[in-house]
Design a protein around this ligand. Structure first.
Ligand code: MRU
Length: 352
């Protein structure tokens, strides 16, 4: 596992330590969560972020809640779970992990079970999910590189990405950034173009920090430069992550992703989505049904307490957007690739 970057989620002394991603890259400090409320707020306030890490944090949040219960009640556990699910709306991994662990607890425990046993079960599930994701992320990276090799042969690649999808977002290798990291380990990366990712700067703060730690050559670019970069920099492929993928392949990801996909289509550059199956939401027919998190306008009107816009300026701050499936070359998960996704292909993919 790559440990050049501190682990974003650590369980230590019966508490959850979250690397405070709001302070990166300048400070590597941890927020200590000793209650479910701390875990909830860590997700809501983005001390921890990235779809997979949000899901893992929620499992630990339930463990923190169970730790202080006197008796086991499934009904009360469900209530705690629903509180955690409200922390952020778009990344389905949060709901997926919480619902999955509820199912597992229901199947393994009864009303007479000891709450300490349920606590241990949930805690070890949290550890297990992070462990499992190493294997999943590595598979995704291999599928992606195989597809690129089919397209271009074995050559060094110019790649572009948006937001942060690496170790910090996933707790292990990463999804889209995992592909880049893996390609670099195979000496296949010429240059990475990392979108700054306004307004929260996941690209310039976090992706650049991760790429730098691994000595992967990169340039940060502003989202507005997409057309220039794609036209002039011989980009071979774009890799992004996902917060929720609907049954037809429409994909919600960090705001700015769909703009990049539209520009990529214009220049004929393959645009890939890389995400674990926990990011798939087959209950939604299309991306139109995905709830988009609206964040505070303050993130746009200023930066770190420095006001940029006029005092009376207004802003709207959708944190995600939906990329239409017809703009996507392939959706890559631990199960394989769905090339040029649509409802039919996604259905077959899930069944196989
Ligand atoms: O608001 P964030 O920083 O949690 O958003 C993260 C993203 O949009 C990522 O691209 C997505 O979660 C995929 S993470 C592997």
């Amino acid at each position: 596992m790559k440990e050049l970057v501190p682990s974003p989620i650590i369980w230590k002394n019966d508490e959850l330590h979250l690397l405070d991603q709001r302070l990166l890259p300048n400070e590597e400090k941890f927020v200590i969560c000793s209650t479910i409320e701390n875990a909830h707020d860590g997700i809501r306030d983005m001390a921890v972020r990235g779809a997979p890490c949000i899901g893992f944090t929620a499992i630990y949040g339930l463990a923190l809640w169970l730790k202080v219960q006197k008796v086991y009640s499934f009904k009360e556990l469900e209530r705690a779970a629903s509180y955690l699910k409200q922390a952020r709306p778009t990344a389905v991994n949060l709901m997926f992990e919480v619902d999955r662990i509820l199912e597992a607890v229901k199947a393994n425990f009864s009303a007479n079970s000891k709450v300490q046993d349920v606590y241990k079960f949930v805690l070890s599930d949290g550890h297990q999910q992070i462990e499992n994701s190493i294997v999943k992320n590595t598979k995704m990276a291999q599928y992606a590189l195989e597809d690129l090799t089919k397209k271009y042969g074995v050559k060094k690649l110019n790649l572009m990405t948006h937001c942060n999808t690496g170790f910090l977002a996933c707790g292990t290798l990463g999804t889209a950034l995992g592909v880049i990291s893996y390609a670099h380990s195979q000496s296949r990366v010429e240059m990475v173009y990392a979108d700054e990712t306004r307004p929260y700067m996941q690209g310039s703060r976090l992706t650049a920090y991760e790429l730098g730690k691994e000595n992967i050559p990169y340039n940060i670019v502003v989202e507005g430069a997409a057309s220039y970069i794609l036209k002039h920099k011989k980009i071979d492929a774009i890799f992004v992550g996902a917060d929720r993928i609907a049954a037809n392949g429409d994909t919600a990801n960090k705001v700015g992703t769909s703009t990049l996909a539209i520009v990529a289509k214009h220049y004929g550059i393959p645009f890939y989505v890389v995400a674990p199956l926990s990011s798939f939401d087959y209950s939604l027919k299309s991306g139109d049904e995905i709830e988009i998190e609206m964040r505070t306008p303050d993130e746009i009107l200023g930066y770190k307490n420095i006001r940029i816009a006029p005092q009376d300026a207004k802003a709207i701050n959708p944190s995600f957007d939906v990329t239409s499936a017809d703009l996507i070359e392939g959706i890559i998960s631990e199960k394989g690739i769905v090339l040029k996704p649509n409802t039919e292909k996604m259905k077959i993919f899930l069944k196989d």
